[in-house]
Design a protein around this ligand. Structure first.
Ligand SMILES: Cc1cc2nc3c(=O)[nH]c(=O)nc-3n(C[C@H](O)[C@H](O)[C@H](O)COP(=O)(O)O)c2cc1C
Length: 383
């Protein structure tokens, strides 16, 4: 079984991740992880924090001479901002700098519900872990999963589909590395100027904006996931993983919501067969999944991210000491984090696909998994 845990507070010393269940023999040198960490930090609309951090992964365990050993892989990403926060975040010092205390919770954040739940009258104790800084650890984990998928020819890429009401018109396409030449991570050049205008406009009025990301996976074989039980359906598992990204409020597969509006004849993808391709579809409205099982078409997942909830123009809140109406605290914040979220979405999809691959073709060595995979592809061909 493949599993991972992350730990770390936003302004603590570092983020940690442990991946358990990886096969031996995956080549990692850190560069593939660092590229994705840098992309997560980038994108148009990010706030000041990202110019302080320069995320880089350090391998702590599970790797020798650049190859995974099969033992737990320990990853560490230092927080450069820690220097500025030591007096407020020290794990041992009994005297804490209380100027950073959070007593006016931010709407749209875990501050108040988390404070009530854990009994923290300083809601910084909630904010620090609920912060999307944690997604840097997930991106590192996803980058490792991506290397496992690559060995089977499965390629995954996240990009921006919409910012505010400005929507890309390009068909889902992956491995368009040019996407990262622009700070919107959007493959449609015609809408980038409009996206910039939207972000600049909300910024000038101290507001924020959300959007939609799209993650596409190609080279996915039919047969990952299962129809037999609710928690084995791959659509459900992918939706949970993508929905768990802070700020994501809706997840769609293929045609998604529109498939509840249009008639069946417009929606369902007829089945075709040719000797070269095997079974295939002329179109992919299902987004690569039927009955919770991959069908061999590319996976196409969209996820909507709400507008950033920490705003310079603060929202109404209550001081939990006096119970008086007050403005929520203002932390340094992004205006728009949709491009960054597309990289996190990619990581989460890589993770769930890697889990499904290990369940179906699992082995202790990468070569063993690749061999099992090729045997299975032969079965698919003969079916
Ligand atoms: C990459 C990324 C960056 C984010 N940056 C911020 C930010 O700077 N300020 C903020 O208030 N929320 C930010 N968010 C969103 C919040 O973390 C999120 O809305 C909050 O934790 C509440 O979770 P929920 O919206 O899922 O309920 C970011 C999310 C992601 C994925």
């Amino acid at each position: 079984m493949l599993r991972y845990l992350t730990a770390g507070e936003s302004h603590g010393k570092a983020l940690l991740a442990i991946i358990e269940g990886l096969p031996a023999g995956i080549k990692l040198d850190g560069s593939e992880i660092n590229i994705l960490l840098e992309r997560r930090q980038g994108g148009y609309g990010r706030g000041g924090r990202m110019s302080i951090e320069k995320d880089e992964v350090e391998f702590i365990s599970g790797l020798r001479s650049s190859y995974t050993l099969g033992s737990p892989l320990g990853l560490l990403i230092k927080n450069r901002d820690w220097e500025n926060w030591q007096t407020a975040m020290d794990p041992l010092d009994p005297v804490i700098d209380m100027s950073k205390r959070v007593a006016r919770p931010r709407p749209g954040h875990a501050d108040l519900p988390g404070g009530i739940k854990y009994g923290h009258k300083d809601m910084r104790n909630i904010l620090e872990r609920a912060s999307a800084r944690e997604t840097a650890a997930r991106v590192a984990v996803g980058a490792v999963a991506k290397e496992l998928l690559k060995a089977l020819g499965i390629r995954v890429q996240g990009h921006v589909f919409r910012i505010g009401g400005i929507e890309a018109d390009s068909p889902p396409k992956i491995y368009d590395e040019k996407i990262y030449d622009n700070p919107f991570y959007c493959s449609d050049p015609r809408v980038r100027d409009q996206m910039k205008l939207v972000v600049d406009t909300v910024k000038s009025s101290n507001d924020s904006i959300g959007g939609t990301i799209r993650v596409v996976a190609e080279g996915v074989p039919p047969g990952l996931g299962s129809h037999v039980h609710w928690d084995r359906r791959l659509d459900g598992r992918l939706a949970q993983a993508v929905m768990s990204i802070p700020g994501i409020k809706a997840v769609e597969f293929g045609m998604g919501l529109r498939s509840s509006i249009e008639p069946g004849s417009h929606i369902h993808d007829g089945i075709s067969y040719s000797k070269e391709k095997g079974y295939y579809r002329e179109r992919n409205n299902a987004g690569g999944l039927e009955g919770g099982i991959t069908n061999g078409e590319p996976l196409v997942i969209r996820a909507a991210m709400k507008a950033i909830p920490t705003m310079i123009m603060p929202l109404q809140s209550v001081d939990i000491d006096t119970k008086e109406k007050m403005y929520a605290i203002v932390e340094r914040s992004d205006i728009c984090a949709v491009p960054a979220a597309s990289i996190v979405g990619e990581a989460m999809v890589c993770w769930v696909l890697a889990e499904a691959v290990m369940e179906k073709f699992g082995g202790d060595r990468l070569e063993e998994i690749v061999e099992n995979y090729h045997n299975y592809l032969q079965h698919v061909k003969e079916f």
